[in-house]
Design a protein around this ligand. Structure first.
Ligand SMILES: [Zn+2]
Length: 278
């Protein structure tokens, strides 16, 4: 039997209308679906990648790989602020790793090694502007000995404003090349100096150049430190060894801010694929 077009439309009218409605609903749903924002992506990444601990040295304009320019540093802090990051202290990180204590959303720990004066003159005002605190691992014998290092008064002011001053040994001796006695001397003298000058018990150490081994970690524990920080391109997680906490160095490179973003956003990928130090 021949069915002409009109009869066909009559017969299947309801199906055709239902089809058009479904198509329209689908299109509206597609148009309404927003792109995921970077903080949403970052929050998702946070679930499985743990906590990023950034490691800086100098914040100044000298052309050196360990010197991040203040304008670059400001862009990095601004980016962290705009994307909802909250800076945490070493105690907060320690409590997270050992006792599972919750951290604020998008936590990041911002650390500096050696105790350069530009941490106070350049980094501190920028961080204050964005509401961040940092942790400075100082080489205790360098303070008030060399002009490009912090003074104890500056260290105290930083402490009073939420920063943490912790140990980076007393003379920056490489621990993997020192005797046990020398290591203990470095550990106990720097701890005593921080106690004397700042009236606090330093519970944290950053190994000079990140070099450590299990024996050194044991000595650090014996000297009364709660945790130690190394350099490793990975995030801190609940499974991290508290005497070998991972930190990601931020260097001055040909494209410092791009490298910063890569490290903050894609840390797990870098680690998985074997990240090459730039
Ligand atoms: Zn150092």
């Amino acid at each position: 039997m021949m069915v002409n077009f009109e009869e066909y439309v009559q017969k299947y009218r309801l199906f055709i209308i239902a089809g058009i409605i479904l198509l329209a609903v689908g299109m509206i749903a597609l148009m309404g679906k927003k792109e995921e924002t970077v903080p949403q992506q970052a929050a998702k990444a946070e679930d499985h990648r743990g906590i990023t601990v950034l490691n800086y040295h100098k914040i100044d304009n000298t052309f050196h790989s360990l010197s991040v320019r203040p304008e670059d540093f400001e862009k990095q802090m601004q980016w962290l602020k705009q994307h909802g990051y909250h800076s945490i202290t070493p105690d907060q990180l320690y409590e997270f790793v050992t006792n599972g204590v919750e951290l604020p959303d998008n936590p990041v720990m911002i650390t500096f090694d050696d105790g350069y004066i530009d941490n106070y003159t350049n980094a501190y005002p920028i961080m204050k502007k964005y509401g961040f605190v940092g942790t400075i691992f100082v080489v205790t014998s360098f303070l008030e000995k060399y002009p490009n290092y912090l003074t104890w008064n500056q260290a105290r002011e930083l402490e009073d404003n939420g920063f943490c001053i912790e140990s980076h040994t007393n003379t920056h001796k490489s621990m993997t090349e020192a005797s046990d006695d020398q290591i203990m001397e470095e550990l106990t003298t720097s701890k005593a100096m921080i106690k004397e000058k700042l009236g606090k018990e330093s519970g944290f150490i950053a190994y000079p150049t990140g070099s450590y081994n299990l024996h050194i970690a044991q000595l650090v524990k014996n000297a009364g430190y709660k945790a130690g920080f190394t350099i490793k391109y990975d995030a801190v997680s609940r499974g991290s060894n508290v005497y070998a906490l991972e930190r990601v160095p931020i260097f001055h490179t040909e494209d410092t801010n791009r490298d910063f973003l890569e490290r903050v956003l894609y840390l797990p990928l870098m680690n998985k694929d074997g990240w090459i130090k730039k």
